[in-house]
Design a protein around this ligand. Structure first.
Ligand code: ZN
Length: 187
C-alpha cells in the first residue's frame, strides 16, 4: 500500500476485476476510511449507470455512498473542488479523456481512486482501463468466484446474446466465470 509522505502528494489507485468481484465495495471501503479521517472526498459515477441509484454508488453487497452522476470526465475536474480524495466508480464507461482528467487530479495533489471492469464480456480490455492501469501508482485486481466451478474468477460471462459492449445489468444478465468455464461469445 502507498504511504503518504507529503499531504500534497497525489497519485492514482485502480481497483479492477470482473463483475461481482467486489470492486465497488472496495472503493466504498477506501472512501469511508478517508471520510473517517476527515479528509474531503468527492465521489463520481457515470450518468449511464443508474441500475440501483442515480445519486449513490451501490455495491452488490448493498453498501452505498453518495456520488455525483456525471456525463463527461471533464465534469469530474470541475466538480472536485478542494477534495483531497476523488473516487470514481464504473470508470470503464468514461470516454478516453478520463485518463487526462485522472492524471491532472493526481498532479494537483489529489488521491484518485478508480474502480471498474478491466475486461468486457468478450474478455477484451475495457475502454480506457488499460491506460489507467499503465499510469496508476497502485493496482488492485479483485477476483470473484466462478458461478460454474467455484474457482477464482476474473471474467464476466454475458448470459444474453446482445452484442453491444455496454449492456447495463446485473445478476440476470451476467455471471462471474473463471478462465476455464468462460466461453467467448460467437462473433
Ligand atoms: Zn470455473
Amino acid at each position: 500500500m502507498l504511504h503518504v509522505i507529503d499531504k500534497d502528494y497525489g497519485w492514482i489507485e485502480v481497483i479492477c476485476g470482473s463483475m461481482f468481484s467486489g470492486k465497488s465495495e472496495e472503493l466504498i471501503r477506501r472512501l469511508r476510511r478517508a471520510q473517517i479521517a476527515q479528509q474531503e472526498v468527492a465521489i463520481f459515477k457515470p450518468a449511464i449507470d443508474d441500475r440501483y441509484s442515480a445519486n449513490h454508488i451501490v455495491s452488490h453487497s448493498e453498501q452505498q455512498i453518495p456520488a455525483i452522476a456525471v456525463k463527461t470526465a471533464w465534469e469530474i475536474l470541475e466538480k472536485s473542488g478542494d477534495a483531497h480524495v476523488v473516487g470514481i466508480d464504473e470508470v470503464q464507461f468514461f470516454e478516453p479523456e478520463i485518463i487526462e482528467v485522472c492524471d491532472k487530479l493526481a498532479n494537483d495533489g489529489k488521491r484518485v481512486i478508480c474502480a471498474g471492469l478491466d475486461q468486457d464480456y468478450r474478455a477484451q480490455p475495457f475502454g480506457s482501463v488499460p491506460q489507467l492501469l499503465a499510469i496508476a501508482e497502485s493496482i488492485t485486481k479483485t477476483l470473484a468466484i466462478c458461478m460454474c466451478c467455484g474457482a477464482p474468477a476474473n471474467r464476466t460471462q454475458r448470459l444474453s446474446k446482445d452484442s453491444n459492449q455496454v449492456v447495463v445489468g446485473a445478476k440476470e444478465i451476467y455471471e462471474a466465470r473463471c478462465r476455464k468455464c468462460y466461453s467467448a461469445p460467437s462473433k
